[in-house]
Design a binder for this molecule. Sequence first.
Ligand code: SAH
Length: 255
Amino acid sequence: MNEVRAKKFLGQHFLTDEGIARRIVESLTGRTKHVIEIGPGMGVLTKYLIENRELDFHVVEIDRESVAWLHEHYPTLDVIEGDFLKLDLTALFHDSFAVIGNFPYNISSQILFRVFECRNQAVEVVGMFQKEVAERVAAGPGSKTYGILSVLLSAFYDIEYLFTVHEHVFSPPPKVKSAVIRLTRNGVTALECDENLFVKVVKAGFNQRRKTLRNALRSAGLNVDAVPEEVLSKRAEQLSTADFITLTKTIESCL
Ligand code: SAH
């Protein structure tokens, strides 16, 4: 792979607008002092985060050239060289933490699934995503973009679409618009149903989103005998997070 293709593969689009960089950093609510930035690149967000000396601040960056640049410019910063998706967050943080970044768009969904897995520690996420992904995460039932991540994340997070970012403020400009969203952990410590089954039900429903829930859930091997007809004849996108929890409880009662 040549250099240009390799960088493209890493989703590198550097933000060039300082005002937007500051706005992203200021969107952190400060509910935890432990913060990790994913993909700092040339440090456009990093430099504002470093200014806050109260923070226990770390960055994780996969690109060797960016890592070298960061070491040179911020000698005291904890730069973890590697893939965020492989990072053991529970070893790095023993308590709550926040995630921030202008994220590599090719792994946006995986980043959010990691956050969901760490929901008891990841109390806040402020980040830039591809606009479509941001909309999907922030969407409510009934909309076309509503999906697995919207349901799973909204069970545990309050989700806010903060602002849209135009492609011309990046170098090189991406093909798509971007948006910044904020997820803050809500007060739910545990769902009223088996959480693994909840994930399975939500995924099964949306993996075949054009089918009725009866067919989608059955083809995932779930027993839907106790589920009311009016729910089974709906599609996943018509159910709210609360509806999915009720549905999971019903399925659970037949296990
Ligand atoms: N935050 C910078 C760079 C954004 S581009 C800015 O706003 O200008 C995305 C960054 O994520 C790049 O620096 C890229 O090298 C890095 N990256 C890509 N995949 C990654 C991964 N799996 N783990 C950590 N960093 C990654």
